[in-house]
Design a protein around this ligand. Structure first.
Ligand code: SF4
Length: 118
């Protein structure tokens, strides 16, 4: 006994719409990646010490002005944003930080969340 395969006809207008939708959906991750890369490149505003969260965490753009204290593995005077585990970039004077999303922190800054990078 021969199986019959049923072919559902798709008109060309519907085919174009489906292909257009697929192309649009496929481009969304790429757009998100480009926006993210732009934000990482330094288009974000700088964090200032008068920001409410920065105040709560005693953030200073200049670590020497911050109330640093010795922590395991690092004396106070050697603690900076650039050697904190929460910094998200290895270059630049101003860098993204996981604790302050949407803002850039100074590489020579400090806040009370400072934790030695591993
Ligand atoms: S969490 Fe680390 S990198 Fe972020 S502001 Fe505080 S000390 Fe700087």
């Amino acid at each position: 006994m021969k199986k019959s395969s049923k072919v559902i006809p798709v008109d060309s207008g519907r085919r174009r719409m489906l292909l257009g939708t697929a192309a649009t959906l496929a481009s969304v991750p790429l757009v998100n990646l480009l926006i993210s890369a732009r934000a990482e490149a330094g288009d974000l505003p700088h964090l200032t010490p008068d920001d409410p969260t920065a105040k709560a965490l005693h953030y200073h753009n200049d670590a020497s002005e911050a109330p640093r204290a010795d922590k395991p593995g690092m004396p106070a005077k050697e603690q900076f944003c650039h050697n904190c585990r929460f910094i998200k970039s290895q270059s630049g004077d101003w860098r993204p930080c996981q604790i302050f999303p949407g803002k850039l922190v100074n590489a020579n800054g400090w806040c009370s969340s400072w934790t030695k990078a591993s």
